[in-house]
Design a protein around this ligand. Structure first.
Ligand SMILES: Cc1cc2nc3c(=O)[nH]c(=O)nc-3n(C[C@H](O)[C@H](O)[C@H](O)COP(=O)(O)OP(=O)(O)OC[C@H]3O[C@@H](n4cnc5c(N)ncnc54)[C@H](O)[C@@H]3O)c2cc1C
Length: 490
């Protein structure tokens, strides 16, 4: 294969939520993308049943929310099974619930295809090699083995990522200590336990999934992690359910039975040369609080515009490395919070004193706000420099601006995945400073309807991922920030 000829700018392995979100982001940034997916068609099965407040905001930034139909968010959530009201923190909620992962994937696949992604189902990545100019991959396809070449490869191929293993990423962490069952049960009514319930021998959860189908989760103290090579059968799950709850569900059957564990690992680097990792390929953990898919989506939104900028040729030096710099710490916090939740939620009698102490602490408003920020992912704060405005490195909160063409919500201003200069004090100096970047940064003049929005910032630079890269009044500082994030003006 000629090393100069490429089939795409970027190949993504895996059409799960992370790979599909990344494909859409890259297309919005102008990159040519091929997604390789082993499965010939989606399984229709859903590990996840929702996403966090920040993942919902990420979808809103791309105009995707109406595609989900009526989304409901829940103010009441939990940390380690201890319930509390997330609305103690402005904009926070426990996320959108009751949305099967298969639905999220269908929405993202439709969007990525509309944007021109080349999704190749039935193509399993078998091998890869990288050189100074690109990455060559071998895939098993319906027409036999094929080789493809791209400038970059992203492994979004899930927790057992072949990309991660083949490209030599290390994946330190802890092995599974507990095994848990999941089953989608039909043919018997199961009393709901939406946020999970601790019982003497473990923890059980039950929630309606669809008409006549209940999702149950069973975690029994002392149950070893399941052998991954076999699928558990429903009789095993029903027996465990009976031991823990006393309820007999053995007369029903299951649409789907699966098992999972609390194995907790994170790739020590998210980039090795021209190969990058995102989503479960980069981090695995106990699924506490429904955060895995949501984190993968946020990895994708962070990486997409940066990688597109690199392949389009306008990326400033070091931009791509900020992906690891920003998302690796976010992954570390995810692993820490899910490990903590596992201890409080799934531990045996020995965890009761800790749990009682924790239940007292969670009554305190600052504790509620802190934990709501952690689990909703609204607390993500990228290190974009010392001092500066309080919003620096944080998400742009969704607020309405009054502009010359009428009211507009800030998420709408990010639909195109361009950078955004908000001129909030009608300052010609700000507009002049931004003028050179208009091919990649939009400029909007307006006034927030809520005068306290944006902590009084007179102007802001917002990255395509919705994070504030600069806030202030000085056009010269704005120019420096534009150079730093958006390169040399056209
Ligand atoms: C019980 C449970 C409940 C959960 N609930 C939630 C929740 O409510 N909210 C939430 O945010 N998260 C939840 N999660 C986590 C969530 O399911 C995962 O984090 C999410 O699926 C990760 O998405 P991904 O795209 O990174 O990986 P995956 O979803 O694993 O997708 C990877 C894709 O890559 C494909 N692939 C693999 N190898 C190859 C290859 N060699 N070549 C080509 N294609 C390949 C696979 O077929 C797959 O389609 C839950 C997890 C579990 C176990």
């Amino acid at each position: 294969m000629d090393a100069d000829v490429t089939d795409a700018d970027v190949i993504i392995a895996g059409a799960g939520p992370t790979g599909l979100m990344l494909a859409g982001e890259l297309r919005l940034g102008g990159a040519e993308v091929i997604v390789l997916e082993t499965l010939e068609r989606p399984t229709g099965q859903s590990r996840g049943l929702g996403f966090t407040a920040r993942a919902l905001e990420s979808f809103d930034q791309r105009g995707l929310v109406p595609r989900f139909g009526g989304l409901e968010t829940s103010p009441m959530g939990h940390f380690g099974g201890v319930q509390f009201d997330f609305t103690a923190l402005e904009d926070a909620h426990f996320g959108a619930r009751g949305i099967p992962q298969s639905r999220t994937e269908a929405v993202l696949e439709e969007w990525a295809l509309e944007l021109g992604t080349d999704i190749r189902r039935g193509w399993e990545l078998l091998d890869l090699s990288q050189d100074a100019d690109g990455v060559t991959v071998t895939a098993d396809t319906p027409d036999g083995e094929r080789r493809l070449r791209a400038r970059y490869l992203v492994g979004a191929d899930g927790g057992h990522s072949l990309v991660r293993r083949t490209a030599g990423f290390s994946f330190p962490g802890t092995d599974a200590t507990r095994g848990m069952y999941l089953a989608d049960v039909v043919g018997c009514a199961i009393p709901p336990r939406f946020l999970g319930e601790r019982v003497p021998a473990g923890m059980v959860m039950a929630a309606p999934l669809a008409e006549g189908v209940d999702r149950i989760i069973v975690c029994e103290h002392g149950a070893p992690p399941a052998d991954r090579s076999t699928t558990p059968d429903f009789a095993e799950v029903a027996a465990a359910w009976k031991r823990l709850t006393g309820e007999d569900i053995s007369g029903g059957s299951a649409d789907w039975v699966s098992s999972f564990t609390d194995a907790t690992r994170q790739a020590s680097e998210y980039r090795r040369g021209r190969v990058l990792l995102a989503g479960d390929a980069a981090h695995i953990h106990l699924p506490a609080g429904g955060q895995g898919l949501s984190t993968g989506v946020q990895d994708a939104v962070n990486l997409g515009w940066k990688l597109a900028a690199v392949v389009r040729g306008w990326a400033p030096d070091g931009l791509l490395d900020t992906y690891h710099g920003e998302r690796h710490p976010a992954g570390e916090r995810l692993l820490a919070n899910t490990l903590a939740q596992g201890t409080v939620f799934l531990g045996g009698a020995e965890s009761e004193p800790l749990r009682a102490l924790f239940a007292g602490l969670i009554e305190l408003d600052p504790v509620k706000r802190f934990l709501a920020g952690v689990v909703s992912h609204l607390d993500v704060h990228y290190d974009l420099g010392e001092g500066g405005h309080p919003l620096l490195g944080r998400r742009l909160p969704p607020r309405v601006l009054t502009t010359a063409s009428g009211p507009v919500g800030t998420p709408t201003l990010l639909h195109s995945a361009q950078g955004l200069v908000l001129d909030l004090a009608d300052d010609p100096g700000v507009r002049e400073a931004a003028a050179g970047w208009k091919d990649r940064v939009s400029l909007v003049t307006g006034v927030p309807q809520d005068p306290d929005a944006f902590a009084g910032a007179p102007a802001m630079l917002v990255r395509p991922d919705g994070y504030v890269a600069w806030a202030g009044a000085d056009p010269a500082e704005l120019g420096e920030a534009l150079h730093r994030w958006f390169g040399t003006p056209a």
